[in-house]
Design a protein around this ligand. Structure first.
Ligand code: NAP
Length: 200
């Protein structure tokens, strides 16, 4: 039985916190591979400024290329309209079959909002969730059971120290001309400079 990690995020930009999360999930949950899925148009970010899907997809490809367990999917980037996770997970289920174990990996903050996502009940049946938390983040386990009731055991929390790095902070640093080296791969920094992203 295959065990596939689906690493969902806006990745604006991708950084070492994301890469360490995926590597740690690969090890801890015994996954065969982790497929990064940059969002096209995240439904909760409609109307907000985010970097174009093409740039975010390219930065994700550059950042992950050296890891043989990592892949990148353009499924959400290629989709017209909002990127609903249910559509993505259904496509993975079709591709890998009913027997495969699917694990959707993302930030814990995003997962706590999941009840507002499209078809969240079905989503929790189609895959399990790996919720990555930053150091010092209160896990609120009681709240998880309260929110997700009997499906709470489909959500696994784990702490990733490298998630002290955040995309928001990196964007802010770039705008202010402060250093970002060692927060994200050099190849992504070079891409950002060449494409003149996050400067305005
Ligand atoms: P977000 O609200 O921008 O991020 C929430 C927090 O999680 C941030 O601290 C973020 O840190 C962190 N995070 C995001 N992706 C992560 C990852 N893969 N690993 C570790 N930490 C991560 O969340 P988002 O990126 O837009 O959305 C997360 C996922 O949920 C995406 O796949 C999105 O499509 C999905 N989603 C689906 C629906 C729906 O189907 N209706 C609604 C909302 C979200 P950074 O800023 O440093 O990344």
């Amino acid at each position: 039985m295959q065990r596939i990690g689906i690493m969902g995020g806006t990745f604006d930009p991708i950084h070492y916190g994301h890469l360490v999360t995926a590597e740690q999930a690969h090890y801890q949950f015994n996954l065969d591979k982790v497929v990064f899925v940059p969002s096209g148009l995240p439904p909760h970010k409609v109307g907000k400024h985010i970097t174009s899907p093409g740039h975010r997809h390219m930065m994700t490809v550059l950042a992950t290329t050296s890891n043989p367990h990592f892949e990148v999917s353009s499924i959400e980037v290629d989709r017209v309209g909002p990127s609903y996770t249910i559509d993505t997970v259904r496509a993975f289920r079709d591709r890998y079959g009913d027997e495969a174990g699917l694990y959707f990996i993302t930030g814990a903050d995003a997962i706590l909002e999941m009840l507002e996502w499209k078809d969240s009940d079905t989503l929790l049946e189609l895959c399990e969730f790996i919720a990555a938390t930053r150091p010092g983040y209160a896990l609120h386990n009681g709240r998880i059971e309260e929110i997700f009731v009997e499906k709470a055991n489909r959500i696994h929390f784990f702490e990733v120290p490298a998630l002290a790095i955040s995309s928001t902070d990196i964007r802010e640093r770039l705008r202010q001309g402060r250093p970002v080296r060692y927060l994200l791969p050099d190849i992504v920094v070079s891409y950002i400079e060449r494409a003149e992203l996050y400067c305005g």
